[in-house]
Design a protein around this ligand. Structure first.
Ligand code: E4P
Length: 214
């Protein structure tokens, strides 16, 4: 499973990339708004730091606007892919962008029929938002399981990216279900790496070594 960071914070991305842990990055307008500077320059820097796909989201809500914006954003770097929302206009834009050879991550997916329509429109990635479904007392990971089954039934090669991850268990479940990508905030990546037994074990080793030599 590919590991993506869900942030536009270049320092956090650079730190995680240095450990060889980050395959790609997802951004959205809320995440971009937290960073200061020119959005296109920020995206170019991110695209330079990570080896894989970097999602840049359109702000337009009409299909023509999304296509125009998508073409501009895709020109920033070869690994920039375009994020379009799962709306009727978004689906039209997916088809058009795909015809121009531009890969689209369809975002804000909350149901199986939405995921099916995104794949039929030619989505490169579908992003089910698991945390936001959990927030309204639905089971986000069940949607991931259903999408995996239905895409398998019909041979769609759209990648499943588990989005809106809130905790390590979401990542474990995403891997168990065979999702292609999990995107997570830097805090969740840190929690996945650390283990109290690793820390206490290391402390013990070093203490024993020092005691034997003193
Ligand atoms: C994914 O691409 C989105 O940017 C993100 O996962 C949204 O997460 P949130 O629901 O925590 O805002």
């Amino acid at each position: 499973m590919e590991i993506f960071l869900d942030t536009a914070d270049i320092s956090a991305i650079t730190r995680a990339a240095a450990m060889g842990l980050v395959d790609g990055v997802t951004t959205n307008p809320s995440l971009m708004a937290k960073e200061s500077g020119d959005p296109k320059e920020i995206l170019a820097r991110i695209a330079d730091v990570v080896p894989g796909d970097v999602s840049a989201e359109v702000l337009s809500t009409d299909a023509a606007g999304m296509v125009a914006e998508g073409r501009e954003l895709a020109a920033i770097a070869p690994n920039i892919i375009i994020k379009c929302p799962l709306t009727p206009d978004g689906l039209r834009a997916v088809r058009e962008l795909a015809e121009h050879g531009i890969r689209v991550n369809v975002t804000l997916c909350f149901s199986l029929p939405q995921a099916l329509f995104a794949a039929k429109a030619g989505a490169y990635i579908i992003s089910p938002f698991v945390g936001r479904l959990d927030d309204i007392a639905l089971t986000g990971m069940k949607l991931v399981e259903d999408i995996r089954q239905v895409y398998g039934n019909y041979g769609f090669d759209t990648k499943i990216l588990v989005a809106s991850i809130r905790n390590p268990l979401h990542v474990v479940e995403a891997a168990r279900l065979g999702a292609h990508i999990a995107t997570m905030p830097p805090k969740v990546l840190d929690l996945l790496i650390r283990h109290p037994l690793t820390d206490s074990g290391l402390e013990q080793f070093l203490r024993d070594w020092e005691n034997a030599r003193s």
